[in-house]
Design a binder for this molecule. Structure first.
Ligand SMILES: [Zn+2]
Length: 237
């Protein structure tokens, strides 16, 4: 479409849809094609440095920066549900990378979403992670890998704000803060992957893995949409 026509139609698109891209403010989109590009570069291993003890192999679809960061924040804090599908597609790729890097034959998957602190202000945060896990499970089923969301880990006590804490401080703040309630209901023949939106120090994912292991459930890996670049070896795509 010629540029002048596009600029003429832009206000119209915003009137019709009431949306603008969270990355570049382009009207008519929740996240425009250009701002989705980082989500499609292919998932890679993204273990944090330093890596917390007990953290399973961790994969991310992209770096937590720019439009991706804006999209995650808008979904979780402002309820922009139009961002769910593109972010879940990236999580689907990240889970698929977790499975493909293993030498064993893939089995059906249980995706365990990481819970937020048990605090009313975080309820939207938890709901967004649950929605991401459910939507990613559907995406995996669509490409022939049976998967379902299995939200068995819950937060059992409040945690202090993680902002500004060191890796060690985050690990201490989170220790024992989650519990898995799988009990005897753990279905045989599944592989378990922990999923979340973002990995920073890995302390939250490691605590979820610990809670599952305490119930005798081994985790094959962790998958997230994005990894904070400062602490990871994730290379730009
Ligand atoms: Zn954009």
């Amino acid at each position: 479409m010629p540029g002048p026509v596009r600029s003429l139609l832009a206000p119209l698109a915003q009137v019709v849809t009431g949306r603008e891209c969270v990355g570049c403010a382009r009207p008519g989109f929740d996240l425009c094609q250009g701002c989705r590009t980082p989500l499609r570069r292919g998932a890679r291993r993204a273990d944090p440095t330093p890596c917390p003890p007990g953290l399973p192999p961790t994969y991310a679809a992209t770096a937590y920066e720019g439009p991706v960061r804006e999209a995650v924040v808008a979904l979780k804090e402002r309820g922009r549900t139009g961002l769910l599908q593109p972010l879940a597609d990236a999580l689907t790729a990240s889970v698929a990378a977790t499975v493909l890097d293993r030498t064993t034959t893939p089995r059906s998957l249980l995706l365990v979403p990481v819970p937020s602190s048990p605090d009313a202000a975080r309820s939207r945060d938890t709901a967004a992670t649950l929605d991401l896990a459910r939507t990613a499970a559907r995406g995996l089923c669509a490409v022939g890998l049976p998967a379902r969301c299995w939200p068995v880990v819950r937060a059992v006590r409040r945690r202090a704000d993680q902002t500004g804490l060191t890796s060690q401080g985050r690990a201490e703040n989170l220790a024992g803060s989650m519990r898995a309630s799988a009990g005897r209901r753990f279905p045989a023949g599944y592989d378990v992957v922990i999923v979340d939106d973002v990995v920073t120090t890995g302390a939250t994912l490691a605590e979820a893995a610990r809670a599952l292991r305490a119930c005798g459930i081994e985790v094959i890996g962790c998958a997230v949409v994005a990894a904070t670049a400062r602490r990871h070896h994730l290379q730009p795509g």
